[in-house]
Design a protein around this ligand. Structure first.
Ligand SMILES: NC(=O)c1ccc[n+]([C@@H]2O[C@H](COP(=O)([O-])OP(=O)(O)OC[C@H]3O[C@@H](n4cnc5c(N)ncnc54)[C@H](OP(=O)(O)O)[C@@H]3O)[C@@H](O)[C@H]2O)c1
Length: 239
């Protein structure tokens, strides 16, 4: 595969300040791409290159988001890739979530990706090309105890990505869903469990970044629909 072609790419990543998004930004920058990074707090990641464009945007601010993204695309029409990655985990029995918490969770982890994609799709259709990558999860494939909200969001994302793939294929837009098992990131900082310490108990965020780079440089005409990956060992530590 020709890694040099990434130098011509302008890629937007949501949730670029931490974890998978940050590792992906670093990987794409190292390969020569221009990277636009959306997060609410950029102090966590300042790569110090002009090829990284930090954008302070809350992807759940649905009043401001369409205007912010349409101004962005007008100012940077070369953007030809979107990585929908922002999100957080919340795991408990359903009855322990209030209706407001459910609403807020689905907004951050599902609806925001639908709205961001809605804003980008006309731009990619006009360009007659574009890559849209979603970070799903193994929770997009199978439900599990205390995972009702997380699985609802990730199952939804999977159905959405399949539909958008079919809707936009004739405009040369490729849609990929990546479904990782546990990845060693700050995702677990506010949770009462995390991957075991052994390096075979978690995927590294750099592994996902490498996959994303390879998806982006795949020969035009071939689409990687979905990729599932898991740590070799399933060891979970509980606090
Ligand atoms: N870690 C895992 O085991 C794992 C496994 C499978 C899938 N995933 C998925 O991978 C994605 C990234 O998770 P991660 O592990 O990299 O977690 P992370 O290190 O906590 O990063 C989450 C990122 O999302 C951003 N974000 C969250 N809500 C946002 C909002 N409303 N507006 C803008 N940015 C927002 C955060 O930035 P700010 O806080 O600065 O805004 C941060 O950059 C998530 O969709 C997660 O479900 C993670």
């Amino acid at each position: 595969m020709d890694y040099k072609i990434i130098k011509d790419r302008h890629i937007l990543i949501t949730g670029s300040s931490s974890g998978i998004g940050r590792a992906t930004a670093e990987r794409l920058l190292a390969a020569g791409a221009i990277v636009y990074g959306i997060a609410r707090d950029h102090k966590k990641f300042e790569p110090g290159t002009k090829r990284y464009k930090p954008l302070t945007i809350d992807t759940t601010d649905f009043q401001a988001l369409p205007r912010q993204l349409s101004e962005l695309l007008a100012a940077h029409p070369k953007i030809d890739g979107l990585i929908n990655n922002a999100g957080y985990g919340s795991f408990d029995g359903l009855e322990n979530f209030s209706p407001e918490q459910i609403y807020s969770y689905i907004n951050d982890n599902l609806t925001s990706h639908l709205v961001v994609t809605r804003c980008f799709l006309p731009h990619f259709k006009t360009k007659n090309n574009g890559d849209i990558i979603f970070i799903g999860s193994e929770a997009a494939l199978e439900g599990g105890k205390k995972g009702s909200l997380y699985c609802a969001a990730k199952f939804g994302l999977r159905g959405f990505s399949q539909s958008i793939r079919q809707e936009s294929a004739n405009k040369n837009i490729r849609v990929t869903l990546i479904n990782p098992g546990m990845v060693r990131t700050p995702f677990f900082d506010d949770l009462n469990f995390s991957p075991g310490d052994d390096d075979r108990s978690a995927i590294e965020p750099t592994d996902i970044a490498d996959i994303i780079l390879n998806v982006l440089i795949m020969r035009p005409g071939t689409v990687i629909d979905e990729i599932n990956l898991t740590p070799q060992k399933k060891v979970i530590s509980f606090d």
